[in-house]
Design a protein around this ligand. Structure first.
Ligand code: ATP
Length: 234
């Protein structure tokens, strides 16, 4: 469904990605793991049109998308839950959710999906008139995920959804990711928490300083000696 082919991204003189190729099938969870600065966020930003490729191509559902502005990528069906959530702090929960649907013209479908998000995240339903900045970190992460789902995406990109959250909330987020996959939406999951990522994912890519070091079924990478030593602390 998504094909990244030999993608490179440079920021000024910094080469953040150097010829990375990966593919995401129509169902399942693909994870990208790696240490700080390896290029994980840059990969997601390149897919969603927030970072320009200096070379390479990205194809989604049979069409080339690496030349499109970010809003056109959203319109094609790719939603991005960014690192650090980036919710609108001075807007209410419901206003934040509605920004996820800004390109949609099907009011009835939007209303139905809003109820769907509230059913999935009862905490957001209880707090729908509350300002986003008054929510806890876990609630803000759920809001960021809910907002992305309001675009009714065909593919969801998630950047470090577990970051800074208590273990019990991380488990809740993990269940949500699996549930999104079960509903037929493939997920690209970027995580520092490699253990969690490999448990959730079907397929995994390991990025090291902008290049792919390894890839394979997540179950196999969990047993790989390099992955165990470098990322799982075993
Ligand atoms: P982290 O887990 O720390 O977020 P990451 O794997 O997501 O790391 P990226 O954020 O993709 O890594 O960064 C890859 C490289 O690009 C790093 O060396 C980073 O310093 C650099 N970089 C990222 N964004 C910019 C930017 N806007 N301007 C300049 N350099 C950048």
């Amino acid at each position: 469904m998504l094909e990244v082919r030999a993608a490179s991204v440079t920021y000024g003189k910094v080469r953040a990605l150097a010829g990375v190729s990966l593919s995401v099938p129509e169902n399942g969870i693909v994870t990208i793991i790696g240490s700080n600065g390896a290029g994980k966020s840059t990969t997601l930003r390149a897919i969603s049109g927030l970072a320009r490729l200096s070379s390479g191509e990205i194809h989604f559902a049979g069409e080339r998308i690496d030349n499109l502005p970010a809003d056109r990528v959203v319109a094609r069906g790719i939603a991005h839950v960014p690192e650090g959530r980036r919710i609108f702090k001075d807007m209410t929960v419901e206003e934040n959710l509605m920004t996820g649907a800004f390109l949609r013209r099907d009011a009835a479908g939007v209303a139905k999906d809003l109820e769907g998000v509230y059913a999935r995240f009862p905490r957001l339903a209880e707090r729908r008139r509350q300002l986003a900045k008054t929510m806890s970190g876990g609630e803000q992460q759920m809001l960021a995920i809910g907002r992305a789902l309001m675009a009714r995406p065909k593919l969801l990109l998630m950047d470090e959804p577990s970051m800074g959250l208590a273990p019990v909330i991380v488990e809740e987020i993990a269940r949500i990711v699996v549930d999104i996959k079960a509903q037929g939406v493939p997920v690209v999951l970027v995580e520092q928490n490699a253990q969690l990522a490999l448990e959730l994912a079907d397929h995994a890519y390991v990025l090291e300083t902008g290049s792919l070091a390894l890839e394979g079924p997540a179950r196999e990478l969990q047993r790989n000696d390099h992955v165990r030593a470098a990322y799982l602390g075993i």
